[in-house]
Design a protein around this ligand. Structure first.
Ligand code: GDP
Ligand code: IMO
Ligand code: MG
Length: 423
C-alpha cells in the first residue's frame, strides 16, 4: 500500500477531480493539502455532476475517508454549503470527513480584501475567494485557525484584534465602510457548533494510518504553474500546489511519500491573467473552449485555451518528481485536422535550455511547434489503448517523449467509464 501525491501539472483544471475519484477506489484516505474554495474539482457519477471546492474528491466513494490538511484555507460558509449539498444528494459526510485543527480560516474581510485588490491595477484575475489575503495573515502570524474555534474567548480576542487592523485599513486606505465585529464573532461561534465534530489532529491520524498499512492519496488543487514559488509569479495562487506542498500541508514527511502522479490535459488552459505562450486567441482557441466546455468550475469564467506545451510539462515533471501521468480530455482534440505541440521556446533567436518562470521573458518567448496529424474520429467510447486510432497513439507517444512523462492513465470523457489504464 502506498502514499501518493496527485498534482495538477499545468495551470489547473487538468481534470484532477475526475482522476482522484477514479483512483480513490484504491485508496483508503484522500487528503487535500493546499488551496481553498478557489478550486473546482468536477466528478461525474452517471449523469450527476458534483463540483467539489474544499472537500476531497474521494468523498463520492462510500468507503473513502476524506481529510482537509493544515495547508488548506477554509471558508466555513463554503464548507458547510458543500457538506449540505452532498448530504442532500444522499452522500454521507459525517464520520468520513476530518479537518486539521491547524488549517486557517478564511474570514469575510479576506474575501473583501481580495476583491478590493482585484479592483485596482495589476489584477491577477483571482477567484475572489479570499485565498491570497488569508495566506498573507497566516504568514504574518495573525491568522485565525480551526483550533481557535474551540475556545470562545481566544476566538473573540483574535477576531477583535484582527478587525482593529483591518477596519483601519478599510477606512483609511480603501475608504470603505468598517466591518461589524460582533456580527463576525457571532457568525464564527455558530460555525464552531457545526464544524467541531470534524476537527482532528491530522498529522497523528495520517502517520498512524500509514503505520497501519493504509493507503493515502494526497489531492493537490490548482497546478504547478500556479505555485507561488515555482509558477508564473505574480500570476499564481498563494500556496504550493507542487508535490512538496503535500508534506507541509498535511504533516506527512517526505520519506513516507511513495509516488507522484501528474495530471495533464491533452492541451493547455489557464484562467485569470498571466503569460501563456501557446495560447490560441482566434477561432482555434474558441473551438477548443467550445468542445472542451472550458469554463471555470468555480467562477464560470471562460478559460483561455491553447496547444499542449511539452516544454512546460517537462519543467513541471521536474519540480514535482512525477512518476506517472494521467492524460485527460484527449477526446477534445478529435475534431482537429492538425494538432500542434510546443517543444521549446525561442527568445531573441535563441532556443531556451530551461523553462523561464519570469513573466518578462515568458511574455515574449516564441513557442517552437511540431505539427502532428489529427485523427478526425470520435474516441470517447474507447475502452483501451489498443482501440485508439494510430494518430492518437502517435500523439501520445510524441507528448510523452517530449515532456519526459510516463503515461499510465488516459481519459476520453468526463465519466468514470471513459477512463483506461495503459499497460
Ligand atoms: P480540476 O480542477 O483539475 O478537477 O478540473 P475541472 O473539474 O475544473 O475541469 C475539468 C473539466 O473537464 C470538468 O468539467 C470535467 O468533467 C471535464 N473532464 C475531465 N476529464 C475529461 C475528459 O477526458 N474529457 C472531457 N471531454 N471532459 C473531461
Ligand atoms: P483547480 O483546483 C484554475 C487561478 C485564478 C488566478 C490565480 C490566483 O480547480 O484546478 P486565487 O483565487 O487562487 O488567488 O487566484 O489562480 N486559480 C485557478 N485556476 N484552476 C484552479 O483550481 C484555480 N485556483 C486558482 O484564476 O489566475
Ligand atoms: Mg478546476
Amino acid at each position: 500500500m502506498s502514499v501518493s501525491v496527485l498534482v495538477g501539472s499545468q495551470w489547473g483544471d487538468e481534470g484532477k477531480g475526475k482522476i482522484v475519484d477514479i483512483l480513490s477506489e484504491q485508496y483508503d484516505i484522500v487528503v487535500r493539502y493546499q488551496g481553498g474554495a478557489n478550486a473546482g474539482h468536477t466528478v461525474m457519477i452517471g449523469d450527476n455532476q458534483y463540483i467539489l471546492h474544499l472537500i476531497p474528491s474521494g468523498i463520492l466513494r462510500e468507503k473513502t475517508i476524506c481529510v482537509i490538511g493544515n495547508g488548506v484555507v477554509i471558508d466555513p460558509t463554503a464548507l458547510l454549503d458543500e457538506i449540505a449539498l452532498l448530504e442532500k444528494n444522499g452522500i454521507k459526510v459525517e464520520g468520513r470527513l476530518f479537518i486539521s485543527q491547524n488549517a486557517h480560516l478564511i474570514m469575510p474581510y479576506h474575501k473583501l480584501l481580495d476583491l478590493i485588490h482585484e479592483s485596482g491595477e495589476n489584477k491577477i484575475g483571482t477567484t475572489g475567494r479570499g485565498i491570497g489575503p488569508c495566506y498573507i495573515d497566516k504568514f504574518a502570524r495573525k491568522g485565525i485557525k480551526i483550533v481557535d474555534l474551540l475556545n470562545k474567548r481566544t476566538l473573540e480576542e483574535k477576531i477583535r484584534e484582527n478587525l482593529k487592523e483591518k477596519n483601519n485599513l478599510l477606512k483609511k486606505v480603501y475608504e470603505r465602510e468598517e466591518i461589524d465585529v460582533e456580527e463576525i464573532i457571532e457568525q464564527y461561534l455558530d460555525f464552531d457548533k457545526a464544524i467541531d465534530q470534524y476537527i482532528k489532529d491530522v498529522p497523528s491520524y495520517l502517520n498512524h494510518a500509514i503505520e497501519q498499512g493504509k493507503s493515502i492519496l494526497l489531492e493537490g488543487a490548482q497546478g504547478a504553474l500556479l505555485d507561488v514559488d515555482h509558477g508564473t509569479y505574480p500570476f499564481v495562487t498563494s500556496s504550493n500546489p507542487t508535490a512538496g506542498g503535500a508534506c507541509t500541508g498535511t504533516g506527512i514527511p517526505p520519506t513516507k511519500i511513495d509516488s507522484v502522479i501528474g495530471i495533464v490535459k491533452a492541451y493547455t488552459t489557464r484562467v485569470g491573467n498571466g503569460p501563456f505562450p501557446t495560447e490560441l486567441t482566434g477561432e482555434e482557441g474558441e473551438k477548443l473552449r467550445k468542445i472542451g466546455a472550458e469554463y471555470g468550475a468555480t467562477t464560470g469564467r471562460p478559460r483561455r485555451c491553447g496547444w499542449f506545451d511539452a516544454f512546460l510539462v517537462k519543467y513541471s515533471a521536474m519540480i514535482n518528481g512525477i512518476d506517472s501521468v494521467a492524460v485527460t480530455k484527449l477526446d477534445v482534440l478529435s475534431e482537429f485536422n492538425e494538432i500542434k505541440v510546443c517543444t521549446g521556446y525561442e527568445l531573441n533567436g535563441k532556443k531556451l535550455k530551461s523553462f523561464p518562470t519570469d513573466v518578462e521573458r515568458l511574455d515574449i518567448v516564441k513557442p517552437i511547434y511540431e505539427i502532428l496529424p489529427g485523427w478526425n474520429q470520435n474516441i470517447s467510447a474507447c475502452q483501451s489503448y489498443s482501440e485508439l486510432p494510430d494518430n492518437t497513439k502517435q500523439y501520445l507517444d510524441f507528448i510523452s517523449a517530449e515532456a519526459g512523462m510516463n503515461i499510465t492513465i488516459i481519459s476520453v470523457g468526463p465519466k468514470r467509464k471513459q477512463t483506461f489504464y495503459v499497460d
